[in-house]
Design a protein. Structure first.
Length: 170
């Protein structure tokens, strides 16, 4: 095979591969948009916080303070209700993974809105759809860590409330 034919073949393969990747990305985005549309009209969400491990507790994190931060982030100008007593169809899950160092703490704070639905694939008992998710790494001193993580979770909740409002207006 001549070098020029090889280069043309290589260019065609790259073009086709890029096209498939772009189509897959567009398909995934259309799935995410459909999931976000499922939030339309949903006003009550469960609020579920994981148990905190010893590093999180040593860094001063407290589940109730984190729940209050999420509540404060969604309450401004949004008629969303957060139910901490029972799970709903859609739930806001708060996950915090923390590493405790001698003078500072590092946490990955993650907020996601998910629902468990009946899957179309028979062997599965349930499938999780996650129309919205945000995570942030927080590094601070131990003394300030609870406030720093709470502020981030409130900010993430505010971002979700904004996305929710946008879906309601469509």
């Amino acid at each position: 095979m001549k070098r020029s034919n090889f280069l043309v073949l290589l260019a065609v393969l790259l073009f086709l591969t890029t096209g498939f990747g772009s189509a897959a990305e567009k398909s995934l985005e259309s799935i995410h948009q459909a999931w976000r549309r499922s939030l339309k009209g949903v006003q009550t969400y469960g609020l579920a916080l994981q148990e905190l491990d010893s590093d999180a507790k040593a860094c001063g994190l407290d589940r109730m303070a984190l729940a209050d931060a999420v509540r404060s982030g969604v309450k401004d100008n949004t008629p969303l209700n957060l139910d901490t007593d029972s799970l709903q169809l859609f739930n806001i899950f708060v996950d915090v993974a923390t590493l405790n160092a001698s003078d500072r703490c590092t946490s990955m704070a993650s907020l996601r809105v998910s629902a468990f639905v009946d899957p179309s694939y028979a062997p599965l008992l349930a499938a999780e759809i996650t129309p919205w998710r945000e995570r942030t790494i927080v590094i601070s001193t131990k003394e300030n860590h609870l406030q720093a993580v709470a502020d981030i979770l409130a900010e993430q909740a505010t971002h979700f409330a904004k996305a929710w409002r946008e879906q309601q207006s469509r």
